[in-house]
Design a protein around this ligand. Structure first.
Ligand SMILES: [Zn+2]
Length: 474
C-alpha cells in the first residue's frame, strides 16, 4: 500500500473514532425540501435539497448529504416546485438610437417574470447588446443571459434597420466572416429581399464555421433546400406551411419567376396543405435536427388586432412611450385591412395552430419564442414567454412539452445543454421556485415564489419591486 494512501486511511480511521466531522463545505445558497421537476422526463422528485455555489448547482440530495454543507442563504421550499430558469428563444432589441434606453429598461422585465435567458434574433442594437451582456455578466446590470445573432442578414433595402445586405457570393462570405468576428451566438437570416442563392450560401458558410443559423426563408427557396443546406431553426410557421403543401415546387417557381409573392402565395398554400407531404417534411425536419419556433402568442395577438383593443393592457405600464409608439404601425395595418384580408389572417393563424401538434407528434423539436420587441405590438417582454407556453398548450402540447420548449430545447439549440436547461448537479443554478405544479397547469409557470439568477436570490416581493421600478408614470 502506498504511504499516502495508508496515511489517509489512518486519518479516516482517526476521524471516525473521534466522531469529529470535517468542517461543512461552504455554499452560496441552499434550497431545502423542494420538489424538482425534471424537464426531460416529467418526473418530480420530492424532498430534495439543492446547493448552489458560484452560479452552479453543487449538489442535489437529502438531509443527510446536506449536513455536510452550509450556506449564508437558505430557502425553505417545501411544497414548491423547482424548474430551470426560462429562456425566451426569440426576442428583439431594436428601434433606433432613440430607443436604446427604453430597450435597456426591458431587461429587468424579463427577470421579474422568471426569464433568465433570451435569444436575441437580430436588430439594430448589436453593440449595446454586447455591452449589456458584459454588464450583466459582471453583475452591474440586472438582466437575463443574452445570446444574440447580431445584425440580421438580408438582401438590399431590407425591411429591418441594422440588417447587413448581401447579394453576391463575396458579400455573403464577408458578412458571415464579420458576424463570426463579432462573436455572435448564431446567424439570423431574414427574407425581405434576399435572393435564393445568397440565402443557401449563408447557411453553408455558417455551417463551415460551426455557427448555427436560424431563419425566415424566401419563398424562392424550397424548405427542403434550406434543410439540406443545414438550416438550424425555422422561425414562424409560414415556411413550414409551404413545406407541407403539395404545390410547394410550383409556388416556389412562381415566386422565382415573379408571378407570386409571399402574402399572395398564402391562400394557395393553405388550400394545398397535404397530410402526406407534411408527414414527409416534418420527418425530414426531425431527422436533420432542425428546430421550429412556432411563435403562437404573437400570431394570436397580431392576427386579432382588428378585434382586440389593447389600450388598457396592464403591461403597457412597463413599456416606454417610444416603444409603444412603434406598436401603432401594425394596428394601423390591421384597421386598414379589408374584411377579406382580416378573414384570411384569421384563417392563416388557425392553420398555424393546427400545425403545431403535428410538428410535435412528428418529433420535431420546438422552441418557445415570443418575438417580443419594438414594432411587435402588445407582445410584452417577460410575460409573453409564459403566454407562448400557454398558447403552445392550447394547440395540444402537454405542459411538459411546452416547458421543454422554454428550457432544455433552447439550451440544446445553442449547444449549451451541458450547462443549461435542466436542474442537475454541475449545471446552472439559475432556477425558479414555483408555488404550484407547472406540469398540471402551464400557467403555474407564472406563480413564481423565488428566482435564483446569477447566485442572487429574488423573493416574490423583490420581483414585484423590480417590476415597480421599471414602471413608467403616465
Ligand atoms: Zn422576430
Amino acid at each position: 500500500m502506498p504511504t499516502a494512501m495508508r496515511n489517509s486511511l489512518l486519518v479516516c480511521l482517526v476521524l471516525t473514532l473521534c466522531h469529529c466531522s470535517k468542517p461543512a463545505e461552504q455554499l452560496d445558497i441552499l434550497i431545502n425540501n423542494a420538489r424538482i421537476v425534471d424537464v426531460e422526463t416529467g418526473r418530480i422528485t420530492r424532498d430534495q435539497n439543492i446547493g448552489i455555489r458560484n452560479d452552479t448547482i453543487i449538489f442535489i440530495g437529502d438531509d443527510e448529504l446536506t449536513a455536510n454543507y452550509s450556506a449564508p442563504q437558505t430557502i425553505e421550499a417545501s411544497g414548491k416546485f423547482v424548474i430551470p430558469g426560462l429562456w425566451d428563444m426569440h426576442v428583439h432589441f431594436r428601434g433606433g438610437d432613440g430607443l436604446i434606453e427604453e430597450n435597456k429598461n426591458l431587461l429587468p422585465l424579463f427577470v421579474a417574470n422568471g426569464i433568465t435567458g433570451v435569444r436575441e434574433a437580430g436588430g439594430d442594437m448589436t453593440s449595446e447588446i454586447f455591452k449589456w451582456r458584459k454588464e450583466i455578466e459582471d453583475g452591474e446590470l440586472t438582466g437575463p443571459v443574452i445570446f444574440t445573432s447580431g445584425p440580421k442578414l438580408d438582401g438590399p433595402r431590407a425591411t429591418w434597420a441594422g440588417s447587413i445586405p448581401v447579394t453576391t457570393q463575396d458579400e455573403v462570405v464577408q458578412a458571415v466572416d464579420s458576424l463570426e468576428n463579432m462573436g455572435v451566438d448564431f446567424i439570423k437570416i431574414y427574407d425581405s429581399r434576399i435572393n435564393r442563392e445568397a440565402y443557401i450560401q449563408i447557411i453553408e458558410e455558417a455551417k463551415k464555421r460551426g455557427i448555427t443559423t436560424s431563419g425566415h426563408m424566401p419563398f424562392t427557396v424550397m424548405l427542403e433546400e434550406a434543410v439540406n443546406a443545414g438550416l438550424g431553426s425555422v422561425e414562424h410557421l409560414y415556411y413550414i406551411l409551404k413545406g407541407a403543401s403539395s404545390e410547394e415546387y410550383a409556388v416556389t417557381q412562381d415566386n422565382i419567376n415573379g408571378k407570386a409573392g409571399f402574402w399572395g402565395s398564402m391562400d394557395r398554400l393553405i388550400a394545398t396543405y397535404d397530410e402526406s407531404v407534411a408527414r414527409k417534411t416534418f420527418k425530414s425536419l426531425k431527422d436533420n435536427d432542425v428546430y421550429v419556433v412556432p411563435t403562437m402568442h404573437i400570431g394570436n395577438t397580431l392576427s386579432y388586432l382588428d378585434r382586440d383593443n389593447h389600450e388598457q393592457d396592464k403591461y403597457l405600464d412597463y413599456i416606454g412611450p417610444g416603444i409603444i409608439k412603434t406598436y401603432e404601425g401594425r394596428v394601423r395595418g390591421a384597421m386598414r385591412a379589408s374584411p377579406a384580408a382580416v378573414e384570411r389572417r384569421h384563417a392563416l393563424n388557425t392553420t398555424f395552430r393546427g400545425l403545431v401538434p403535428k410538428l410535435n407528434q412528428a418529433g420535431v423539436t420546438l422552441l418557445a419564442g415570443s418575438d417580443t420587441g419594438a414594432s411587435n405590438s402588445y407582445v410584452y417582454q417577460g410575460i409573453s414567454l409564459h403566454r407562448e407556453m400557454a398558447a403552445l398548450v392550447e394547440t395540444g402540447l402537454s405542459p411538459l412539452e411546452a416547458l421543454k420548449a422554454a428550457t432544455i430545447n433552447g439550451a440544446r439549440f445553442l449547444k449549451l445543454d451541458e450547462y443549461y436547461g435542466s436542474i442537475e448537479e454541475g449545471k446552472s443554478g439559475d432556477l425558479l421556485i414555483l408555488d404550484a405544479n407547472p406540469l398540471e397547469d402551464i400557467t403555474n409557470s407564472q406563480r413564481i415564489h423565488t428566482l435564483v439568477l446569477d447566485t442572487k436570490v429574488y423573493s416574490r416581493t423583490e420581483l414585484d419591486q423590480m417590476l415597480e421600478s421599471v414602471k413608467y408614470n403616465r
